[in-house]
Design a protein around this ligand. Structure first.
Ligand code: ADP
Length: 258
């Protein structure tokens, strides 16, 4: 244990700045209730995890093991209680709030499970929203949104409303919206859990094709074993810890050999 920490700390000095994400000894607890009803849940109990630039890392493990908490901490949505989180070499959770949200705003993109598209806005306007939030004017935003929509194969649907699109097309919009501001890292929580196998595979193919270009990094929380083979590496979590990180290729060889 002690020697692990020394080794990991050593990697901070030499290589952490070149990683997309570096987590060392990350702990996070939730407290609810007060007095005798007070309960503390140790969601992360000292997570060590390195994510390389340009890779697709999946966080897997049973429900309640801390996957969403870890994703939230490394995306700067939640503060860890202790430990180090470097994102693109930046110690985000120790930045002042304003700088932290600016960093999160340009470095990270999010794909939500339910897509969260705004029903009254056109597809182009939906994809423009992250740019508008960042201070871009509507004219420039819609040019960039439509270029991004063309990349995900929806260039001809820019003026449609979300309800006029199929589920698969709405996923594409969600991916376009997560990428329109050119983030280095995209994070997704359970992107395929509500999808049938074929649609889930199409989404993962799209992720590989569109997201993992230009050195972008993708971190996906999932318990959907049907998509494990799309990962480069898989971090297996249990009870608030990353137990091991395995190459997905070795995993499918294991599966085939049984
Ligand atoms: P997973 O994504 O693997 O299902 P979570 O990170 O959501 O796990 O949750 C880890 C643990 O923390 C669980 O025991 C969960 O009940 C608890 N937890 C998560 N969010 C909260 C919260 N806001 N308040 C209290 N407990 C929480």
């Amino acid at each position: 244990m002690g020697s692990d920490i020394v080794a990991a700390e050593h990697s901070t000095d030499t290589g952490a700045a070149s990683l997309a994400i570096h987590c060392l000894g990350v702990q996070k607890s939730y407290t609810s209730g007060s007095g005798p009803q007070r309960t503390v849940t140790h969601a992360l109990r000292g997570v060590n995890l390195d994510v390389r630039r340009g890779e697709l890392m999946m966080l897997v493990g049973p429900s309640g093991c801390g996957k969403t908490t870890l994703l939230s901490v490394l995306a700067g949505i939640l503060n860890q209680d202790s430990g180090t989180v470097l994102v693109e070499g930046e110690d985000i959770n120790h930045l002042p709030e304003r700088q932290r949200s600016a960093f999160r705003g340009h470095a990270l993109g999010f794909v939500f499970q339910s897509y969260n598209l705004i029903p009254s806005l056109s597809i182009s306007e939906n994809v423009s929203v992250p740019l508008i939030i960042r201070g871009c004017g509507w004219d420039e935003a819609s040019v960039r949104a439509e270029a991004m929509l063309a990349k995900v194969g929806l260039g001809d649907r820019a003026q449609a409303l979300p309800r006029h699109l199929s589920g698969g097309q709405q996923q594409r919009v969600a991916i376009a919206r997560a990428m329109v501001h050119d983030p280095k890292i995209i994070v997704c929580d359970e992107p395929t859990s509500a999808l049938d196998q074929d649609t889930g595979h199409l989404m993962m193919e799209l992720f590989r094709e569109v997201v993992l270009t230009e050195g972008r990094t993708l971190v996906i929380v999932t318990h959907d074993s049907r998509i494990f083979s799309f990962a480069d590496r898989i971090a297996r979590m249990n009870d608030g810890e990353v137990l091991e990180v395995v190459e997905a290729a070795s995993l499918s060889e294991e599966t085939h050999s049984h």
